[in-house]
Design a protein around this ligand. Sequence first.
Ligand code: CMC
Length: 430
Amino acid sequence: MSDEAYRLTSPDGSEMELPVRKGTLGPDVIDVARLYREQRVFTYDPGFVSTGSCESDITYIDGEQGILMYRGYPVEQLAEHSSFIEVSYLLLHGELPTGAQLEAFDNTIRMHTMLNEGMLSFFKGFRYDAHPMAMLSAVVGSMSAYYHDEMDASNPEHRDIFSHRILAKLPTIAAAAYKLNIGQPFIYPRNDLNFTENLLHMLFAVPAEPYEIDPVAAEALDLLFILHADHEQNCSTSTVRMAGSSGANPYSAIAAGISALWGPAHGGANEAVLNMLEEIGDVSQIGKFVEKAKDKNDPFRLMGFGHRVYKNFDPRATIIREMCYRVLQKLDRKDTPLFDLAQELEQVALKDEYFIEKNLYPNVDFYSGIIYKALGIPTSMFTVMFALGRAVGWTAHWREMISDSKTKIARPRQLYTGPAGRDYVLVDKR
Ligand code: CMC
């Protein structure tokens, strides 16, 4: 808290001081909590472009400088030296683990990968072609029906058990959804494998023959999960916090976050990018699609471009572009038409006045789909992959929200624009 304040003069001339609060980094915030009580006005900010909804110690983003840090550590350093499991510990507990803590945490996650057998029967009820995000959200929501025994949100031990279950069981649920889609038997987890190896095993192994895990694929997924692990108060994370603020069961709050992530303006963009690149098809068509994206009368947008916060570059996109190149090389792909097309599209857009003026740069979703595709992961599973990385961020935010004494039920206000009051008219008189 600082002594600085904004002075607000109301139309009737009365004055009010709005305190300014300072974080460790980033813009100050004007604390408007007393505004309605004292002035009888609300603030109005559709999409929360200028509104902070909470205090948070977890993630810092500087959209102008292209900086992303988890608990103060730059994502570039974590991407180079850490692992997804270590980053998960960091996000959940606030500090990097010691060797012993890391081993214990890794072991705990490995030991929680199985689902209650009853949950598997849900998958028999879904249509074979159900979108895996629909199944993920539904089955995670149903965890509140299976794992309610140890879910007293005021108990830190229960909060840990919840966190471990979310992190460990989501890959198992995701893989079961995929197996349903392709008509193959569900593959049980193997706890001798690490997080990403186990995911690849559950996605691609079949009972009829041995499956060899490609270390390049496991490493690439681990890095992608690190880059997706958290992104402060984005749409899905805010959804988790909002749902959780009512005291709702946290598994349901995570299910709400999964639903929010699915939209094409958010995590669904990685699937939309791949579909867009396939629709563009050839570099000769790029100009036509860029013109469509600029046309105000055309709803088409360049998917994977633009970001609410990053107005310079998305640091995740830079790492992913580099990794995309490395993965394709390691997989010995000589023919990389989608990657070539994406790079050319990026170049054309970055030189275009429209994209320059509006600060539209490739975001995290622009290149990730090309890597997923190279690893054999189908397009419909791309947003599920995003969810597997982001789930730990949602969980860290839920933990922070529920243990913050300042948390109130999230309840925005509105500017009412409907009829100003009228009398009911009986149906035969209308
Ligand atoms: N293609 C063409 N025009 C665009 C694009 C785009 N991808 N993105 C924004 N614009 C234009 C938009 O039409 C608007 O123009 P004007 O000011 O003339 O009305 C201006 O740029 C600002 O756009 P906005 O929608 O007001 O900006 P926002 O901060 O509300 O939205 C966004 C950010 C990410 C939703 C948007 O850039 C977008 O729809 N991008 C495509 C979808 C996408 O890639 N989403 C993934 C985001 S990163 C990962 C994640 O969050 O999950």
